[in-house]
Design a protein around this ligand. Structure first.
Ligand code: SAM
Length: 435
């Protein structure tokens, strides 16, 4: 989502102010930080990065520095107290106002702060930026992101998202379809639908009625030029049977689902206010696997939530074993200011939490390796995304189940689907040969 927002910032500045992107901070007239506040470390990093660009401002007084994203949303004008040389503070919902904010800063000489939630206004403004997708590497690779909803109304006790991005707001169905259509005409073959709880999508349909996520997926899948569909990140409470059934009927929907569970203990899930039990989560997985037997499931885990006992953690390990997760985003619990869990008593020593996290990650890595080895010798349909990061003589493609496979191929293949035979497992990636 942040990557998508960063592209959008570049788009609005290009469209309104004719700015061009540069990779060299010393060449820039404007430097923007797109921040994340999901965990404390990400937040601290912003202030240390800001300290580094401050020296550039001493050399180039007209340089403008902006802070956007969720840290900006959470801290607002407090950022100016800690870093008074910052010129503009804007939230995830006001990034489309960037040209105006920069202009106001230039004319008034005063730092500008706008972290309001004008809801759908952002989407309305951003739809206009579609033609500039062609300049994004995202579309050249044949794959693009489309944001379809923002925010979260679940209020899990550990999470800042409802406070920093606001409650769930969905884009109207016609707007999403228009954006996908524009991408398709630029050669995009795979779209990833984005949202904090993407499957909570409830957009206004063409006749004024509300349409759900399954309806949207089905409608996009009906477009001839779109060959593959992904979405991230979903919430177990919004995995409707209509959505699960699509895995049986809609081959364009990939065989990979990222479904955050956080913990395998009912006691912890209740304390997190997740709104489902372990059994309910397993029931979703069972129904999805009935519809799509080869699907790879990945998840998010929080280790060391306040009050997590050894027994709770063992329950998480048991769930991991039962589901056979393919990968995870797993982190230690990080208390976030203003969230209910930050007030909870937490007496688990840090070293125990770290040991638990290492054990969990080690276990998931083993499962990941097992799945990778089971792919050896198979022929995968993969979308070529670009040149391999490891070896510039090779190409990198993404398989249906979200694995990167590196192989020898011609640069003209970038943006196309190819058939690759998997020949080798290399840690987190695969190697293959064109079929
Ligand atoms: N749809 C997702 C869900 O089901 O919760 C929301 C994804 S959330 C924006 C991203 C992930 O960040 C969460 O799944 C969680 O694992 C992690 N996260 C959020 N708050 C956290 C915290 N306070 N400490 C550690 N991890 C956190």
């Amino acid at each position: 989502m942040n990557e998508y927002d960063s592209h959008k910032m570049a788009d609005v500045l290009r469209a309104c102010d004719g700015m061009v992107q540069t990779d060299k901070p010393e060449d820039a007239d404007v430097i923007l930080f797109n921040t994340c506040s999901i965990r404390e470390k990400a937040e601290e990093k912003v202030f240390s990065d800001l300290g580094r660009v401050r020296t550039l401002k001493l050399l180039k007084p007209n340089l403008l520095i902006g802070v956007g994203g969720c840290v900006a949303s959470q801290e607002g004008s407090a950022i100016l107290k800690r870093a008074p040389y910052v010129d503009v503070v804007f939230g995830p919902q006001t990034l489309h106002r960037l040209p105006k904010l920069l202009q106001a800063r230039r004319t008034s000489g005063l730092s500008q702060v706008d972290i309001s939630f004008p809801e759908i206004e952002k989407f309305d403004q951003l739809t206009a930026s579609v033609p500039h997708y062609a300049e994004n590497s995202a579309s050249i690779s044949g794959a693009a992101y489309v944001s379809i909803m923002e925010g979260c109304s679940k209020y899990c006790t550990f999470c800042v998202v409802p406070y920093t991005r606001g409650e769930e707001v969905s884009r109207p169905f016609a707007d999403v379809m228009r954006e996908v259509g524009a991408l398709m005409s630029q050669g995009v073959k795979e779209v990833t639908l984005l949202g904090q709880n993407v499957n909570a999508y409830r957009g206004m349909g063409d006749d004024g009625d509300t349409v759900d996520f399954a309806y949207l997926l089905k409608s996009i899948a009906a477009l001839d030029g779109i060959e593959r569909l992904r979405y991230t990140t979903s919430h177990p409470r919004d995995m409707s049977q209509r959505l699960i059934d699509l895995y049986a009927t809609q081959p364009k929907l990939v065989s990979h689902l990222h479904l955050p569970v956080q913990s395998g203990s009912d006691r912890i899930l209740a304390a997190m206010k997740r709104g489902h039990t372990v059994l309910e989560y397993k029931s979703i997985i069972r129904r999805i696997r009935t519809a799509r037997p080869d699907i790879c499931i990945t998840s998010d885990f929080i280790v060391g939530f306040p009050g997590e006992t050894e027994q709770d953690f063992e329950a998480t390990m048991k769930l991991i074993d039962e589901v056979g997760f393919d990968n995870s985003f797993s982190y230690l619990y990080s208390p976030r200011p203003g969230t209910p869990a930050a007030e909870l008593h937490d007496d688990t020593p840090q070293e125990i939490k770290v040991a638990r996290l290492n054990r969990l990650q080690g276990c998931i890595e083993q499962l990941e390796a097992r799945i990778a080895h089971s792919m050896l010798g198979t022929v995968q349909r993969a979308l070529v995304e670009g040149v391999s990061k490891k070896n510039s003589n090779e190409l990198a493609a993404r398989t249906d189940n979200n694995r990167i496979v590196n192989f020898s191929g011609r640069p003209e293949m970038i943006g196309d689907f190819v058939a690759v035979k998997i020949t080798e497992v290399v840690r987190h990636t695969l190697r293959g040969k064109l079929e």
